[in-house]
Design a protein around this ligand. Structure first.
Ligand code: NAD
Length: 484
């Protein structure tokens, strides 16, 4: 098989196999063909990976930040040099068009390695002067062994968004990719070794949810960073709490995008397309509830439908194609089932809605109008290319409706009224907000959710606080006063 890796797992700087683990077939979503067969980690593999990460951690943390940063920045360079090859692999793993993977996957992973590689040398504590000459200094310390657990939509990016800040701070990592897209994290592990990372600093093991669960409960693990759905997040957070472990939870959403009638319609339509159909709608922060002010509803829907005619759906390896298959038959069926729910609930199907015949897991980009707040398509995360357009009259009304959800990952507003834009954003109950654009996630900016969408932030300097902790050192310059 063309994309068969050397072995399923990468532990202590080398590929390791244990075929007694449950098989994991990797399917190319564009054809339904099996392109690799891996094996889920057995308890022995889990133990090997954690032992290797534990053994490597103290020496890695003892290097200077400059030395650790150099490794990460070299890894970033290697990723960029191999971008095409890595993108082709990512396209086979996920089905996402090469047009996207060439610019959004290994490249964003490289950005994270470069950014946190650059920060590594400047991570410090502080000096806090006290009365009488006493002072406190703080030491920023690594947490220890960190576990990363990934979703299937951005496998390379997730492996790097977790690995880069963890390693910059002097932690080591055991990363478990999604069982649906297990291939590219192995490449990240190989590249880190090639860039000079000591063995055991970044390990990858494959597996289903039970492997993730066994990592989370292991006493050797200090921190768990999960990207996944809310139901999984609840389980992982609870299990981590039992061991008082640090967590970062990057979970699902049902984010609002509000289009006021003074907005630039072309930009708003572009935002709605990016925020619903990029990666065939399989993006956590998607603005899937598009609230359009009544005055421009018809114009908005007309331009949206016209522009969707320009979607080029087909072979994801063809660089002209900009809309690929969904990641799996299961995910396709979930999305199609929501199309049926939307119809049954009385929403108006204005575009798409059907599976595209063939062996691949393709469906059309789909738009419902006249959606009301109580419909399943407006309340539940679909994680597919299904956009709900809802009407509104006033700013106050739409903000209340936008926030009326258990999720709080992202939110966006399109308007040319400057003060309204900032007022609306201030009122959003969401971790990541957009004004007159949607779904950009540069490594320099914090990314993460409020409410049920998550805990903690990835990217930016804030990620450092989630992968390190402060030791306080009180230094007395005076005699010790005791009562007797
Ligand atoms: P999922 O929750 O089914 O699985 C996520 C990962 O958790 C997988 O690796 C899985 O094997 C593992 N897992 C499952 N059960 C586990 C358990 N009990 N203990 C430990 N690990 C366990 O999610 P998915 O279907 O892979 O991904 C889609 C979801 O991810 C969507 O809800 C999406 O919104 C979310 N997501 C969030 C972000 C973000 O940054 N906020 C990014 C991408 C995807």
């Amino acid at each position: 098989m063309k994309f068969q890796p050397t072995a399923s797992h990468f532990i202590n700087g080398a590929y390791v196999e244990d075929t007694s683990g449950a098989p994991i077939d990797v399917i190319y979503p564009a054809t339904g063909n099996v392109i690799a067969r891996l094996h889920s980690a057995t308890p022995d593999i889990v133990n090997q990976a954690l032992t290797s990460a534990k053994n490597a951690q103290a020496d890695w943390a003892a290097l200077s930040g400059t030395e650790r940063g150099r490794v990460l920045r070299r890894a970033a360079d290697i990723m960029r040099e191999r971008n095409r090859e890595l993108s082709i692999l990512e396209t086979h793993d996920t089905g996402k068009p090469l047009q996207e993977t060439l610019v959004a996957d290994a490249t964003s992973g490289a950005d994270a390695l470069e950014y946190f590689g650059g920060l590594a040398a400047s991570l410090t504590g502080e000096h806090i002067p006290l009365g009488g000459g006493d002072f406190v200094y703080t030491i920023r310390e690594a947490l220890g062994v960190c576990v990363g657990i990934g979703a299937w939509n951005y496998p390379t990016q997730i492996a790097c968004w977790k690995g880069a800040p963890a390693l910059a701070c002097g932690n080591t990592m055991v990363f478990k990719p999604s069982e649906t897209t297990p291939l590219s994290a192995l490449q990240v592990a190989e590249i880190l070794i090639e860039a000079g990372a000591p063995k055991g600093v970044y390990n990858v093991i494959q597996g289903y949810g039970d492997v993730g669960a066994s990592l989370v409960t292991d006493p050797r693990v200090a921190k768990v960073s999960l990207t996944g759905s809310v139901p999984t997040g609840r389980k992982v957070y609870a299990a981590a709490a039992d061991g008082m472990k640090h967590v970062t939870m990057e979970l699902g959403g049902k984010s609002p995008m509000i289009v006021f009638d003074d907005a630039d319609i072309e930009n708003a339509v572009s935002g709605a397309i990016l925020g619903n159909f990029y990666s065939s709608g399989q993006v956590c922060s998607n603005g899937t509830r598009v609230f359009v002010q009544k005055g421009i509803k018809e114009a908005f829907l007309k331009r949206l439908s016209e522009r969707l005619e320009n979607a080029i759906i087909g072979d994801p390896l063809d660089e002209n194609v900009n809309f690929g298959p969904m990641v799996s038959e299961n995910q396709l069926n979930i999305a199609l089932s929501y199309v049926e729910k939307g119809k049954a609930d009385g929403a108006l199907l204005v575009y798409g809605g059907t599976r595209i015949e063939g062996n691949g897991y393709y469906m059309q980009p789909t738009v419902f109008a006249d959606v009301t707040d109580d419909m399943a398509i407006a309340r539940e995360e679909i994680f597919g290319p299904v956009m709900s357009v809802l009407d509104f009259d006033t700013e106050q009304e739409v903000l209340a409706r936008a926030n009326d959800t258990e999720f709080g990952l992202a939110a966006g507003v399109f308007t040319n009224d400057l003060t309204r834009a900032h007022r609306v954003v201030a009122g959003f109950e969401a971790g990541t907000c957009y004004i007159n654009t949607y779904n950009l996630a540069p490594v320099e900016a914090p990314f993460g959710g409020s409410k049920m969408s998550g805990v903690g932030r990835e990217n930016s300097k804030l990620a450092i606080n989630h992968f390190s902790e402060m030791k306080t050192v009180y230094v007395s310059m005076n005699d010790v006063e005791a009562p007797y």
